[in-house]
Design a protein around this ligand. Sequence first.
Ligand code: ATP
Ligand code: MG
Length: 230
Amino acid sequence: MIRTTGLGVEIDGARILSDVTVALDQPRIAVIGANGSGKSTFARTLNGLVPPSEGTVEVQGIDVAREARRARDAVGFLFTNPDAQILMPTPAEDLALSFRAARVPRAQIPDRVSAAFERFGLAGHADQPAYSLSGGQKQLLALAAVLVRAPRVLVADEPTTLLDLGNARRMADLLINGDDAGEQPEQVVVVTHDLELAARCDVALRFADGRLDEIGEPRDVIARYRAEFA
Ligand SMILES: Nc1ncnc2c1ncn2[C@@H]1O[C@H](COP(=O)(O)OP(=O)(O)OP(=O)(O)O)[C@@H](O)[C@H]1O
Ligand SMILES: [Mg+2]
């Protein structure tokens, strides 16, 4: 469950988000809307990256502002730019680090790492320098590293932007259906301009001018969004 009450964000005197009150129990949640409408800011409040100026954010029973540590463990965040997220010199070392953080026994880690590379379409790239991966490969590695930590909630901010058609589909499938090998987040919040991806979610939120403008069936919310540009 994700619940915000009167959530507002002001940064350096600029009003960015106002009065967002929402209760979401759906497994897959799309966040759409124009550039600068407040989507990323909203997404970032869900794991405490951006603190609320007003109101509260509660995720899986955790008050994000009061219990920052628990919130960071419970809510994984996938950034648009995976460079923000890849910490180690090679993909294999990066994933191994995530497995250690997830307290997987050391002896199991090499096998788990190889299995993850297969699943995420990265087989053959385990030991090349991480900086030399393509943008799309980096994004898949970042997703793998987040999912390995088995967050109860995953927030992904424009996760398909850098990806080609095949990888965008792979990413979308992983976000919506999960991957059969790993545990799935109970809830996934995906901020996206990819309306096909948004349509596959259970509910859509549309932001406009720093406010939650509409919430409902993705089909309906997307249709009205499209109609504005017709
Ligand atoms: N630290 C900040 N200081 C001032 N303004 C900010 C700050 N962070 C965000 N903003 C402004 O808040 C507004 C909302 O930004 P946000 O990144 O949430 O938009 P978005 O809906 O994710 O847009 P996009 O689709 O372009 O990613 C924008 O106008 C942005 O310039
Ligand atoms: Mg954004």
